[in-house]
Design a binder for this molecule. Sequence first.
Ligand code: ZN
Ligand code: ZN
Ligand code: ZN
Length: 365
Amino acid sequence: MSDQRLRRAQQVMAAEGIDALLVGPGADLRYLVGYHALPLERLTLLVLPADGEPVLVVPELELARAEDSGAADHVPLAAWTETQDPISLVTEALRAAGAQGGKLAVQDRLWTAFTLGLQAALPAAAWVPGSRVMRELRLRKTPEEIAALHAAGAAIDAVHAAVPELLHPGRTEQQVGRDLAERILDDHDEVNFVIVASGPNSASPHHETGPRRIEPGDAVVIDIGGTRQGYCSDMTRNYAVGHVPEGYAAVHAVLEQAQQAAVQAVAPGFSAEAVDAVARSIIAAAGHGPHFLHRTGHGIGIEEHEEPWIVDGNTVVLEPGMAFSVEPGIYLAGRYGARIEDIVVVTPDGVARCNHRPRELVVCP
Ligand code: ZN
Ligand code: ZN
Ligand code: ZN
């Protein structure tokens, strides 16, 4: 699997005139060689020449972890000791491939300290962002990746199904959030985030779950996600406690319509910005244009937020295998907010949702 990915990366590099790709700890490294490297001040770096032998430079004390990850099945490991200069291992590997003075793609999220060190050691090289290579690989999911996203979606569906058991007046957002985190772990390996935004807090899209006590008549936005077998879930539903606050049902109805229309519009050949426009035009027509504060969605895969961005100005044309959230929201400051979020995958003839829970407002007793 990963060898295919390394080869595919080399093909993209050849097509783009890039001589080598440099990848430190993070999602790109996991994607390429399956290694969950710790983000340390000590350098871990995959050197992948377009033409030549790759090497994974690792601190000696991380060697056992790198070996346990199975990374050595895909790429030779080069360990550096505490007193060695790791950059010299990188420049050696690049020199061996004749790439030390070429065009180097460096991972978008490599720490600046490492990038500056590499640039000082390789003065003749030209530098481009690693995403020039990686987005080509990660943007379209394979059937196995799509199956993993569907499984993660089913797992988070099950957590939302349990919300009415947990959401009661008198409980705090944090209490509900802790219970949700525990439920997420029933069928995920990690909790990525838990947003329980109650009452006026629901008007803040990324509210931090806090000590507020939930009251009758609160709207509650619950946005939760985790990682299951390497792939992320991310799903939002809206709840009302006791009774529905005044005007909220109408706001929610607009959102249901906008989300449904945007999901239905998804198909190969449609653009990312056009999906955003479908949701936004319905919300704007209802007079809530200024209250839809964010883009309609984000790509998802081994990371919670990745390309493609479903936003005005992104002309990327949708292709089968692309996976992203469709999550329009309406936020009325000081009162309440709502957001409906599902993950969808572009199929050869349209779209498939990864989340299947009903989207209507749920009233909890
Ligand atoms: Zn977000
Ligand atoms: Zn979300
Ligand atoms: Zn999201």
